[in-house]
Design a protein around this ligand. Structure first.
Ligand code: AHG
Ligand code: MN
Ligand code: MN
Length: 339
């Protein structure tokens, strides 16, 4: 594999990708630097005081872990001064993060899940960072963007991706021209192209869902999951159950080897009537990547990328992965729907 960095890859594809502007390249490079800094802390998490909780509760009602906060502060510090954003949003911040007036603005809007899979930090299991990028609707406006500029359909994203802090640190992203994976070479300190033009297999042998919530799910949801562990005409054996508890890790494995990930809504549980995952910083960016890789992503009824969020931290049920497995799942979830 030739040693191509993210920036070189972006410029190589400049003619196809209108995203290869200087400002976008700067945005990507600041994200990459943030990920390298987070990688450094993740890799020594057991040795320095970044394990455990800060004692705060975030807007999600979840206990904030030190690495959540650390990753969030690194991303905000680097991105707010890069001169490429007119607004930023984070899973860890209740409201929009305004770009301080002292810093130059840009036309991009960045939404991040700074650390995904927080419950796995203290037990040394893969965690990740998810990012989603929009352009402000009116390029000519150079003030800070407001909420209406951020509450956009996922189909309006100009780029989306994630970093996965695992056996190696990977970056996977799309600008709407395919999905490309890069692996951090610690010796060089660069993300080098390792997985060009990722396409997800149309069927897989894995399903990922937290079955402890079985009794909260409606009948069609239970049938869709039963179908994954029952031999089918196209699959003699049941699928394997794989559930890491870090969305990025489960998604990445399924993206490369095929499979589906479900986080259904809890019909019988008032706590999660729309599921747990956030539309803007989790479902929409991964849906963009999945579709670009030939897969499919819905909320159980409609295409994830067609949903227009009404609130910054809106949650949606998520069914995402291999196309043919997803088509079968959608038929079970919506038996009355015509093709
Ligand atoms: P985050 O750490 O950003 O809050 O995300 C955690 C999410 C996601 O990574 C994972 O798939 C899911 O929570 C696991 O939820 P359950 O423990 O309810 O299965
Ligand atoms: Mn998350
Ligand atoms: Mn998170």
């Amino acid at each position: 594999m030739p040693q191509i960095t993210v920036t070189e890859h972006l410029l190589l594809h400049q003619k196809e990708s209108p995203m290869a502007t200087g400002k976008f390249t700067r945005l990507l490079n600041e994200l990459i630097l943030s990920a390298k800094i987070i990688t450094r802390e993740v890799n020594k998490a057991g040795l320095v005081d970044v394990l455990g909780f800060t004692g705060e509760i975030n807007v999600q009602g979840e206990q904030v872990r030190k690495l959540d906060e650390y990753a969030n502060s690194i991303l905000i510090h680097r991105m707010e001064r890069a001169g490429v954003l007119c607004a930023m949003a984070s899973e860890e911040n209740a409201d929009l993060i305004d770009i301080p007036p002292t810093f130059p603005k840009g036309n991009y809007i960045l939404i991040v899940d700074p650390l995904d899979g927080s419950s796995n930090i203290d037990v040394n299991i893969n965690v990740g960072t998810i990012f989603s990028i929009y352009r402000r609707p009116d390029d000519n406006d150079h003030s800070c963007a407001d909420l209406s500029d951020v509450l956009r359909k996922g189909s309006e994203q100009v780029a989306a991706g994630y970093f996965l802090y695992g056996t190696s640190t990977m970056m996977v992203y799309t600008t709407g021209k395919g999905v490309h994976g890069f692996t951090l070479d610690p010796g060089v300190g660069e993300f080098l192209l390792s997985h060009p033009d990722i396409m997800t297999p149309p069927r897989g042998n894995v399903y990922s869902v937290n079955e402890s919530y079985w009794n909260y799910w409606d009948e069609p949801t239970q049938q869709a999951i039963m179908a994954m562990k029952t031999p089918q005409p196209h699959r003699r054996k049941p699928c394997s159950a794989r559930y890491v508890g870090s969305l990025v890790a489960d998604f990445h494995r399924n993206l490369l080897t095929g499979g589906v990930f479900f986080y259904p809504k809890d019909s019988l549980d008032p706590k999660k009537p729309h599921g747990k995952l956030r539309y803007l910083c989790e479902a929409a960016p991964l849906a963009f990547i999945c579709e670009q890789a030939g897969g499919m992503a819905t909320d159980g009824e409609k295409r994830i990328l067609d949903i227009e969020p009404q609130t910054l931290h809106e949650r949606v049920p998520l069914f995402i992965g291999s196309r043919d497995d997803m088509l079968d799942t959608m038929h079970i979830l919506n038996p009355e729907a015509t093709d």
